[in-house]
Design a protein around this ligand. Structure first.
Ligand SMILES: Cc1cc2nc3c(=O)[nH]c(=O)nc-3n(C[C@H](O)[C@H](O)[C@H](O)COP(=O)(O)OP(=O)(O)OC[C@H]3O[C@@H](n4cnc5c(N)ncnc54)[C@H](O)[C@@H]3O)c2cc1C
Length: 492
């Protein structure tokens, strides 16, 4: 123990990761979490034998999780059983117009060839560039704290910046290789995870296609929450103390130094260092006195937030046909839906949607003979969210799901819970009810993101999906490690 006490606010992936790295290197660490269970956006709930993951469902970049546990002398298999999905997922372009995406690379190339002659060969070139970006991006760039341009000043990195396609859009990049509309939509899908459309995401992020096609789609048996359970067990083993149902009300600062936090119940807890793993905007605007905020209201108002979502957790009393574990419904064009998210925020007329049916893979998440469904409709952040609108969209999406999968589902739904903006705000203090944090646009990348270190409070740091490296489970895990390293350098 080095005698320093770190308080981490929030027990999402980033908060637990930061806490574990710090505890393992000798700090005394307390995690203060407002909710009664850990995981933040990746919490779970159980009812009537159904186990619902509340947020993330795609396990991509398995190497990032491997490295996380290996850092502490552990293996992923010490905590959960990982299986690779095959097919990886289905893309539904229309009734009986479905691509089932094979896990095997040769079969994937053949699928491309069948859609567009010569595209299999071009995919090889696309993937070799993407593999390079993945190596540099995930093994080097994302581990930079991005506090100064000088971190990127190494000659080899500067050369890489061009090879990494920072200044070209993903949309243009994909069209250089492929012409067939279905291929283009498939190749542009992974960047939606980064909170923007392919027109506004740098082609650097074709590394996501490498993650999708080469590294594969995986699933921890028992559900995504198994990752959180494993991380919490490891954190506790390293000595981290978790305090649940403990919302933080204030970070107390004197002369530019945080010395304690105050909980909603009035209790205070001393701290030598504070790590804010709760939503950055909430911490900056609600937990700090105005003089200590990093950013102004107008700064926050001009950030491009990643979408919010309307979610439905459904328990169905029969097994369903024509559904894989992951199903992307691209039977309507993305353009008008993207316009409703990014350009003129409104509830979309004909939304694309996503359905996860983890019980297709995992019998433990639904009672025997039943199906566990998770429906997701991406929406603009900041929209007015009412029960009437949720109901309207439930039926809109269900009409399409039933027609496209050729079966009656609604009358078999025995459990239904909806979740949208109001819940994201109430549960996570999410700015405008965002689901995935801040979009990874070019002007919100690396040093242009909200800084991981406070400019005004010498021992206050930020981690999580609104700071570096960005949204998603693997980046959040990495974010916790990056911030822990900065603290070790500056507050040993
Ligand atoms: C519906 C949905 C689907 C997703 N799908 C995927 C996917 O398939 N794959 C993927 O990789 N990523 C996915 N993501 C993104 C991924 O889940 C997030 O990027 C990641 O979980 C963010 O982790 P975090 O630690 O930054 O934040 P959070 O998980 O939000 O953690 C922040 C924590 O801070 C707590 N907190 C807030 N305010 C306070 C306070 N005042 N006091 C104490 N505690 C506080 C919150 O309760 C929360 O527990 C999805 C997200 C959502 C919402």
């Amino acid at each position: 123990m080095n005698g320093k006490h770190v308080v981490v606010i929030g027990s999402g992936f980033a908060g637990i990761s930061a806490a574990t790295h710090l505890a393992a290197s000798g700090y005394q660490v307390t995690v203060a979490e407002k909710n009664s269970t850990p995981g933040g956006r990746a919490r779970k709930f159980e009812t009537g034998g159904f186990v619902f993951d509340m947020g993330p469902s795609w396990y991509w970049m398995p190497d990032v999780f491997d490295r996380y546990f290996e850092t502490f002398g552990k293996k992923v298999s010490d905590y959960y059983d990982l299986v690779r999905l095959d097919p990886s997922y289905a893309v539904i372009y229309g009734k009986d117009d479905i691509l089932s995406i094979p896990a095997d690379l040769q079969a994937f190339k053949q699928m491309f060839e069948d859609l567009e002659s010569g595209s299999g060969k071009r995919l090889e070139e696309f993937l070799s560039q993407a593999a390079y970006k993945y190596q540099v991006g995930i093994h080097d760039l994302v581990h930079k704290p991005s506090r100064s341009l000088m971190e990127f000043a190494r000659l080899s990195l500067l050369r890489d910046l061009f090879r990494m396609d920072i200044f070209q859009s993903m949309s243009k990049h994909v069209r250089k290789f492929f012409k067939e509309d279905k291929i283009i939509r498939l190749m542009e899908f992974p960047v939606l995870f980064l909170g923007e459309t392919a027109e506004n995401i740098p082609a650097l992020y074709s590394l996501m296609n490498y993650a999708d096609i080469a590294l594969g789609t995986w699933y921890p048996m028992g559900g995504m929450h198994k990752i959180i359970e494993g991380m919490v067990a490891l954190a506790e083993e390293k000595g981290v103390e978790f305090r649940f149902s403990s919302p933080v009300k204030q970070i107390n600062v004197t002369n530019g130094k945080a010395h304690s936090i105050t909980f909603e119940n009035g209790e205070t807890l001393d701290a030598d260092v504070v790590v804010a793993g709760a939503d950055y905007h909430h911490v900056d605007t609600k937990l700090l006195a105005p003089a200590y905020r990093n950013y102004s209201d107008s700064y926050w108002d001009t950030r491009v937030m990643a979408p919010s979502s309307l979610l439905f957790y459904l328990g169905v009393d029969k097994k369903l046909k024509n559904l894989l574990h992951h199903n992307l419904y691209f039977d309507e064009p993305l353009g008008p839906h993207a316009d409703a998210i990014y350009t003129r925020p409104r509830w979309p007329e004909k939304p694309l949607f996503y359905v996860s049916a983890p019980s297709v893979t995992d019998p433990s998440v639904a009672p025997e003979g039943k199906e566990n469904l998770f429906l997701l409709v991406p929406l603009a952040p900041g929209l007015t969210d009412t029960e009437e609108l949720r109901e309207k969209y439930y039926h809109m999406v269900m009409d399409r799901l039933e027609a496209l999968s050729g079966q009656e589902i609604r009358s078999h739904v025995i459990y239904r819970r909806s979740y949208a903006h109001k819940d994201f705000m109430a549960d996570y203090h999410a700015f405008k009810g965002n689901a995935y944090g801040l979009a990874n646009t070019l002007t919100q990348t690396a040093i242009l993101k909200p800084s991981l270190k406070s400019k005004k409070v010498s021992n206050l740091y930020y981690t999580g999906q609104l700071t570096v490296p960005g949204p998603g489970v693997p980046p959040s895990l990495i974010s916790g490690g990056v911030v822990a390293k900065e603290i070790q350098k500056e507050h040993q």
